[in-house]
Design a protein around this ligand. Structure first.
Ligand code: SIN
Length: 513
């Protein structure tokens, strides 16, 4: 099939790119799932951070973002992000998104480490509202064709440029080739690599693995963010209890009713996310129970204001208006990914990336809550603008060919039993050894387990292969960073090292099969 642009992923980032391309561009959007469903976007609760309040400014938003990022965020990218907020919200509203309102303006929520109330939201189902809006707009856009149930297996090159994508249709296993003048990775995150995660089943790191195999520069892979408050009821994935609950006054208590976080940080429940998540993890490891107390605040208004949270609690027999809700940290958001510049250009000619799979540098070592949907909107829009210029300059090229090795890997399916067992073992190893507290012995143990599983499974392009690949990359990056910073905490190097106050770039060797 021939396109001008192939976008891998149909969440907020991918659809923002597709919609931003000039009319007449032949855009193919590939998704493993269905348009408007699947991926992390519809699961996003809290909202979109944007400096739209009368007491706020992009300068303040940027300062808050940098303040929690552990000194390794890219200030220029953060400025682009914060400045882009108000226009991104206005753009969504023009497309028909409906956000909660108060008086004449938007109702702005509060989340941890934001110095202002600046979270634009649609109750606690903001991502679902955004995806509904974008999917409807894509349905009205004649230049966009969506290919559902199609998995991206490999990038294809012609004369050193990325020129297309080899895919496999999930229904009948057919290999397909989409030739294009540019490819955009917008394939989301990697949370499924950990046994406890708030991420949906599709978050299997396919895009990151594909970029790594193709030799793209990667950055900040060790910085995985853990959300402090997932519902601790043994569900997989762990239901998220949005940070906006704490912004609305909910407290974190242990079994004695003690607000233990106040000993760690003066901001207590609203301390930066890495501090809260690690504090909770260590308190649990010391044998304590950890609970979210919503009984006073948001109290009786919880069911109306937080219907997603309310429904999740009810599924497990809890009424958060009356009961303490057990919580634990869970893998939530990957702040590293495919290195890109301020226009979303990767190190590979012809390949752009945006959203969670990318590493723009805006999050540094610790992401500010609700900056991720914003990043996808702002940088997705910039990728589209950059592509519009690139497409004007470049003539269509011949279609690339897939190698025999790539075709064989795309078609190969692992034994289902082996794959399921490998998934369980990988996720356990990542949770135990590449989680909130890491050390050299644990990281080497995880790498050993991953190597064993990779040998057992062999080549392939399924979820489990992608997760093994990204698990290995994250564990290796965590082993290399011999210090603690933001979400990356090494018990054997518990302090920050000024020599490490920089991003960690990785240049994988290009593999062909
Ligand atoms: C949440 O609603 O707590 C998640 C928001 C985020 O991770 O940005």
């Amino acid at each position: 099939l021939e396109a001008d642009v192939v976008v891998i992923g149909a969440g907020i980032a991918g659809l923002s790119v597709a919609l931003g391309l000039p009319a007449g561009t032949r855009a193919h959007v590939l998704t493993k799932a269905r348009l408007g469903a699947g991926g992390s976007t519809p699961w996003a609760q809290g909202g979109i951070a944007a400096a739209v309040g009368p007491d706020d400014s992009p300068r303040l938003h940027a300062a808050d973002t940098l303040a929690v990022a552990g000194g390794v965020a890219e200030p220029s990218a953060v400025e682009i992000l914060a400045r882009g907020g108000p226009a991104a919200i206005a753009g969504l509203q023009q497309l028909g998104a409906s956000f909660d309102r108060r008086g004449d303006g938007l109702a702005l929520g509060r989340e941890a480490a934001h110095s202002r109330s600046r979270i634009v939201h649609a109750r606690d189902a903001t991502g679902a509202e955004v995806l509904r809006t974008l999917a409807a707009a894509v349905g009205r856009a004649p230049h966009v064709t969506v290919f559902e149930g199609e998995r991206a297996c490999d990038l294809l090159f012609d004369q050193g440029r990325v020129r297309g994508v080899l895919t496999r249709t999930e229904e009948d296993g057919r290999a397909r080739l989409h030739g294009a003048r540019a490819v955009v990775l917008a394939s989301g995150g990697i949370g499924q690599a950990w046994a406890c995660t708030t991420n949906p089943p599709e978050a299997t790191g396919d895009g990151l693995a594909l970029a790594a195999r193709a030799g793209a520069r990667l950055a900040d892979l060790e910085f995985m963010q853990f959300h402090p408050t997932a519902l601790a009821v043994g569900a997989d994935p762990c239901p998220l209890l949005t940070e906006a609950l704490r912004g609305a006054g909910a407290l974190l208590l242990d079994e004695d009713g003690s607000r233990f976080l106040r000993e760690l940080h003066p901001d207590g429940e609203l301390a930066p996310r890495d501090v809260v998540a690690r504090g909770l993890f260590l308190h649990r490891r010391a044998g304590h129970g950890t609970f979210l107390d919503c009984r006073r605040e948001p109290g009786a208004r919880l069911a109306e204001a937080f219907p997603t949270v309310f429904a999740a609690c009810q599924r497990f027999g809890l009424d958060p208006r009356q009961d303490l809700v057990p919580v634990q940290p869970a893998a939530h958001y990957h702040m590293g990914g495919v290195w890109v510049d301020g226009w979303g250009r990767s190190s590979l000619p012809g390949l752009w990336a945006c959203g969670e799979v990318s590493s723009t540098g805006v999050h540094g070592a610790n992401r500010l809550a609700s900056n991720s949907l914003l990043e996808a909107l702002v940088f997705g829009g910039r990728v589209a603008r950059d592509l519009a210029g690139a497409l004007r300059r470049r003539a269509p090229a011949r279609l690339p060919a897939a190698s025999a090795g790539q075709l064989a890997a795309a078609r190969q399916r692992p034994d289902a039993g082996l794959a399921a067992e490998a998934m369980v073992r990988l996720r356990r190893a990542m949770w135990e050894h590449v989680g909130l507290v890491r050390d050299e012995h644990g990281l080497r143990t995880a790498l050993g387990e991953i190597a064993r599983l990779e040998r057992q499974l062999g080549h392939g392009r399924d979820d489990v292969h992608a997760l093994l690949e990204v698990g290995r990359l994250v564990a290796a990056a965590a082993l290399a960073r011999r210090e603690s910073r933001g979400s990356h905490f090494r018990s054997d190097f518990p302090h920050g090292d000024p020599a490490w106050q920089r991003r960690q770039l990785v240049e994988p060797a290009r593999l062909t099969a």
